[in-house]
Design a protein around this ligand. Structure first.
Ligand code: AMP
Length: 281
């Protein structure tokens, strides 16, 4: 896929805008893993893992995609991480990107496809296969480009109420030494109008990380709200796009990691796979 994305970024695919939007003419390939919105119980080793995680900023795409990547042995590729690496490199793109990212806006499709294709090329050279994409696609155009170069098996759409998302983003911390992510927010949302209550304990760092915690520059209240607005306008249509292709698995997170992880594995029919892996370990 890296090679084809490279072609996409360099020339023709970007010049063929209208072709990318002619989805009605496309044949809809339903996911071989989804039946009635539930994943089928196919042995994980037989699964062609080419998955996408969708969901608002702060919903936990990175957390769950990274856990699944470890479990299934496929790379977790987060385009937000690629953008942050580029920002930290103080390369030629860095200043241009920091302005966009710090306002909560989306980077251009060309730049993001370029970064992703470089990451995929590096992975291919190391013998990687399969992927769990997190944060890509974010626009219809990106989804069309992706659909042109590869077949996505499954799209997992993680969901949480919007009130929780802002608090989760504001509570996010990363240790600048070990790179692990934590969350200092206490979430306690009462159940109302038929919606269930949601409570999440903070995920606190161990003492050795405590003095090394950093907050993402784009995790301020103003920028988080802008990112949520942009998600609703630009990225939410992707849900319908993948739903119409029979590839979307909706997953309402019931709470924090202890409650959500086993339920997600169950929904993905990976619960027995995890048990076998831990017995074998
Ligand atoms: P994230 O960590 O996924 O929240 O991404 C951080 C920032 O990187 C976003 O707010 C965007 O500015 C940029 N970004 C990440 N992925 C994409 C994408 N697929 N398309 C455009 N911009 C992106």
């Amino acid at each position: 896929m890296a090679r084809v994305l490279r072609v996409a970024r360099s020339s023709s695919l970007f010049g063929l805008g209208s072709r990318f939007y002619s989805t009605s003419a496309e044949v809809s390939h339903a996911s071989p893993f989804l039946h009635g919105g539930r994943a089928s119980r196919v042995l994980a080793k037989d699964r062609n893992v080419q998955w996408v995680f969708l969901g608002c900023p702060g919903v936990g795409k990175g957390t769950y995609a990274s856990r699944l990547s470890t479990l299934l042995g496929v790379p977790h590729i987060a385009t937000g991480d690629l953008v942050r690496e580029e920002l930290a490199s103080s390369g030629p793109l860095s200043r241009q990107l920091s302005e966009i990212v710090n306002q909560g806006k989306l980077v251009s499709d060309e730049i993001i496809v370029n970064l992703l294709s470089k990451r995929l090329e590096a992975g291919e050279a190391k013998g990687e296969s399969g992927f769990i994409l997190d944060g890509f696609p974010r626009t219809m155009r990106q989804a069309e480009i992706l659909g042109d170069v590869t077949d996505i098996d499954l799209v997992v759409n993680l969901k949480l109420p919007e009130e929780v998302l802002v608090d989760k983003c504001l509570g996010r911390r990363t240790c600048n030494q070990c790179g692990k992510g934590f969350n200092v927010a206490h979430i306690n949302l009462k159940g109302e109008n038929g919606k269930p209550a949601i409570s999440m304990d903070p995920l606190l760092p161990p003492p050795q990380c405590m003095s090394k915690l950093i907050t993402r520059a784009d995790d301020t209240e103003e920028v988080v709200k802008a990112r949520l607005r942009i998600y609703n306008e630009t990225s939410q249509p992707l849900e319908e796009y993948y739903r119409s292709k029979g590839k979307l698995m909706e997953f309402d997170l019931p709470g924090g990691i202890p409650e959500s992880w086993p339920r997600l594995l169950e929904a993905l029919r990976l619960d027995d796979y995890e048990e076998k892996q831990s017995v074998a370990a």
